[in-house]
Design a protein around this ligand. Structure first.
Ligand code: ADP
Ligand code: ZN
Ligand code: ZN
Length: 822
């Protein structure tokens, strides 16, 4: 009898695959990409089959081959191309394949793992023995009870039932060790969550005397009729009750009276997206848009892999180009992926694409409830949705026959995943497009240095939109020198006199102001004037931030919080001072200065839910707010028509950070936020407050001169051997005990030393910029190599060495192409 084997990747932090045998009954239902349930150590685990082969594994290498318990999918969850992509991600980012697959797959909501027991021959003998024995110990009684129960049942018994017997759990374990009981894992399917859908019963209208059912009904019921029969059609019960402004019991009663019909459906996708009232703008493409879209169509027609960078100033109408490209792809009967940098934009973008392309658009992001995410995922896998709009992880959506991947705002740091596997969504997008012979289209007003360099070198094709739609001018940017302001006003508040005047003028003429401040809280620095000590977090080497409303000091890294001290924790002096204005303080100062104005704040403290977030943005868009203060959140993507002033308070907070991307980030942020001004028919103005008015990132952002900035920055990167001219990896060694962190760093350092002769430059170990985080001490190495292969090899070997030396897996954190060097 011929048997088959397969290699399975499991979501465990080990770098190897595991071999299992495919039992006869499962032949044909297991192939590469299938999810399978397998025994691993003493539990069940879901893994992904990477390869099937008929050859028995070498017994010297694999001792005890166990069998797959169950195949979990009717069709393999991952199509072959995604298995291939997963292997690439695993190799490039040096991450365990099992963990990569876990990041690619939908949440497993339909399965629960359970363990069940069977009595073996030896177990039956044991029962007979115990039965016959006269004098039984307590544990023997428990064993006998357990074995008897199982024999009476005559079939496998679930572990939870055995646990309910007195001493059952321990007895089961003993019996299992003596092989009198055999455990096996089973997967149990869960029931899908359902919701009640309500519809108007047409037959009931027929029984009414009047022609118009609405007129013949009591007022509340008439509203229900109106919503269901005239306005919206069948709806989930809670939504109906909200829209018709009636109570649920009233709807229930109407169901009993058969005025309404009702049935159950699996829980639906978020309602926000299906806003029936929404009509998308119907823009006629301008010449520039048509020209660049034409080029993209050419790439699509050619059917070969092409990577393009669409560099278009803010407000140049890039979204319309994406829509046109997706339309062309659908006409070819292929699918498309659209990545956006944050969840709020998936809603906006999903709605736009759905209005244009209908139900074939799926939306995927991590804030969706698991059931919905899994449902959307499978809709894509089955081919019911061919267009996917989503955040980072949507790059792994199982769209088959993929023609196009769009990465909007490709420079955004949110495309980088900051946990294993630490992949970059944009870079994976380009690789995936290559594997699938598709087009990758990256879009930005401020492309990352990496991408623009790729366009320069010819690796990417460059597309350009040089002007805003309808030739609206870019808003002029003025730099406000805070040192000068202080000299003349002797006041160091967050609002300079210039900014104050500009806001007052907007209030007078009835237009809106948007103010960006890059810090949360009230004050971001608490210091003692007597001894100079800053009040630091207990767990991290970082200053605590004062939150006035909550009256707490908080750590923005680990969540630690404490009462506001009345005296210095170090020297007991009462001279504790708060410095550095954050968003909370700015909002307060604006309210004081402009008592009549309607001021709102948008940051993670003021809006904790997505609904609240949308509420604030909605109020601002409809003119219910005069001044909106916010962190980065306000800088991105939004299209407000009546904003004529954008103010940036302390633009330079990022510039002082020890990170080679500090200037690039500052430039990007300023350009993005400046792009929020003057998007409608009204012209705009931008004011940037800073203590470093002469810094090139600020100067060039003010002139909105990306090209000059790029030239300057790229030269600096080349000179100092930073990306994109060097492949970079960061290795962090961390532990709560500083001795451990030091010892392991030394071991790794000794291992890395010979790498220098193989072309890899090793910096460190040094204390990481955040030397202590969440109670762990952190040491850092930076590895630089002119060639990617050298870097990959060095990191791979380092991890193997670390495993060999039994340095705990979680103590060594590898980040290939790191975006954050903290
Ligand atoms: P970008 O992403 O390049 O900053 P958007 O795609 O958000 O710009 O477009 C900015 C605004 O211009 C949107 O309100 C959009 O509806 C509008 N727009 C796009 N193309 C056109 C066009 N051809 N004519 C008129 N308005 C357009
Ligand atoms: Zn002190
Ligand atoms: Zn902390």
């Amino acid at each position: 009898m011929s048997s088959a084997y397969c290699e399975v990747a499991l979501p465990v932090p080990l770098r190897s695959l595991f071999t299992y045998e495919i039992p006869e009954r499962l032949t044909g239902s297991v192939c590469a990409g299938s999810r399978v349930l397998v025994p691993f150590r003493n539990r069940a685990m879901t893994g992904v089959v990477v390869e099937v082969s008929a050859r028995r594994p070498d017994p010297a290498r694999v001792k005890n081959v166990r069998e797959i318990v169950e195949a979990l999918d009717a069709i393999p969850a991952l199509p072959p191309k995604l298995v291939e992509l997963g292997r690439w991600v695993s190799g490039y980012y040096v991450a365990p394949l099992g963990e990569v697959f876990r990041a690619m797959l939908p949440p497993q909501i339909d399965l629960r793992h359970e363990r069940e027991f069977l009595v073996t021959e030896a177990g039956r003998a044991r029962r007979a023995e115990l039965d016959a024995a006269g004098n039984r110990s307590e544990s023997e009684v428990a064993e006998l009870a357990l074995l008897s129960l199982m024999e009476i049942e005559g079939r496998p018994v679930r572990a939870d039932r055995l646990r309910k017997l007195p001493g059952g759990e321990a007895a089961a374990e003993r019996l299992q060790r003596r092989r009198q009981l055999e455990a096996r894992e089973v997967a149990v399917r869960r029931q899908a969550r359902v919701q009640k859908i309500v519809a108007w019963n047409a037959a009931y209208s027929g029984q009414l005397q009047a022609d118009d059912a609405g007129a013949a009904l009591p007022e509340k019921e008439a509203r229900v009729f109106h919503v269901l029969a005239e306005e919206r059609g069948p709806l989930p019960l809670p939504q109906l009750s909200k829209l018709a402004r009636v109570s649920r019991p009233l709807v229930e009663r109407m169901i009993r009276q058969e005025k309404l019909k009702c049935w159950e459906e699996p829980l639906a996708v978020e309602e926000d997206l299906f806003d029936a009232d929404y009509t998308p703008p119907s823009n006629i493409l301008n010449e520039d848009q048509e020209r660049e879209l034409g080029v993209i169509r050419g790439w699509l027609d050619s059917g070969v892999f092409t990577a393009g960078l669409l560099y278009g100033v803010t407000g140049s109408g890039k979204t319309e180009v994406y829509l046109g490209a997706v339309e062309a792809v659908l006409a070819q009967n292929k699918g498309a992926l659209i990545l956006v940098p944050e969840i709020a934009l998936t809603l906006w973008c999903g709605r736009l694409f759905r209005a244009r392309f209908g139900a074939g658009v799926a939306v995927l992001h991590s804030a969706l409830p698991e059931v919905e995410r899994a449902r959307e995922w499978w809709r894509v896998r089955r081919g019911e949705a061919r267009v996917v709009v989503g955040t980072r992880s949507a790059i792994f959506a199982p769209v088959e026959n993929l023609g196009l991947i769009v990465v909007d705002e490709e420079q955004e740091a949110s495309y980088k995943q900051e946990e294993t596997p630490r992949y970059h969504g944009r870079d994976v997008a380009v690789v995936r497009a290559k594997f699938e012979g598709a087009v990758a289209l990256l879009g930005s007003a401020t492309p990352s240095l990496e991408s623009f360099q790729n366009a320069r070198s010819g690796k990417y094709q460059l597309l350009q939109l040089d002007s805003r739609v309808e030739n609206r001018p870019l808003a002029p940017v003025e730099i406000v020198d805070l040192r000068e302001d202080f000299k003349s006003t002797h006041h160091a508040g967050p609002i300079s006199s210039k900014l104050g005047e500009a806001i007052a003028a907007r209030l007078a003429e009835g237009t809106q102001s948007l103010i960006l401040i890059n810090r949360r809280g009230y004050s971001w620095f608490v210091i003692c004037r007597s001894c100079g000590a800053g009040v630091q977090c207990e767990n991290c080497s970082i200053s605590l931030t004062y939150h006035k409303q909550r009256q707490r000091l908080e750590c923005h890294y680990c969540g630690f919080s404490r009462r506001v001290p009345e005296s210095c924790p170090k020297c007991n002096s009462e001279h504790v001072y708060f410095f550095g204005a954050g968003a909370e303080q700015l909002e307060e100062k604006l309210r004081e200065k402009f008592p009549g104005a309607r001021v709102a704040r948008l940051d993670r403290d003021s809006v904790r839910t997505k609904r609240a977030y949308q509420q604030v943005l909605g109020d601002f868009a409809t003119g219910k707010i005069d001044i909106l203060v916010g962190t980065q959140m306000v800088a991105k993507g939004h299209d407000f028509q009546r904003v004529t002033l954008v103010g940036v308070v302390s633009a330079d907070t990022q510039l002082s950070l020890p990170d080679f991307r500090a200037a690039e980030r500052t430039f990007q942020l300023l350009t993005q936020v400046a792009g929020r001004a003057g998007r409608g028919d009204l012209p705009g103005e931008v004011l940037v407050e800073t203590y470093y008015p002469e810094h090139y990132a600020i100067q060039l952002a003010a002139r909105q001169d990306y090209l000059t900035f790029f030239e300057k920055e790229v030269q600096f990167r080349r000179l100092l051997h930073y990306p994109p001219f060097t492949a970079l990896a960061s290795i962090l060694v961390r532990d709560t005990k500083i001795e451990n962190a030091i010892r392991w760093s030394r071991q790794l350092s000794a291992f890395l030393a010979p790498q220098e002769s193989r072309g890899v430059k090793v910096l460190g170990p040094a204390a990481a910029p955040l030397a202590r985080l969440k109670r762990e001490y952190r040491f850092q190495f930076l590895l630089k190599a002119p060639k990617r292969a050298q870097l990959t090899r060095a990191v791979t070997e380092l991890l193997a060495f670390s495993e060999e030396k039994e340095i705990p897996q979680k103590a060594v954190l590898v980040d290939v192409d790191p975006l954050s060097l903290f």
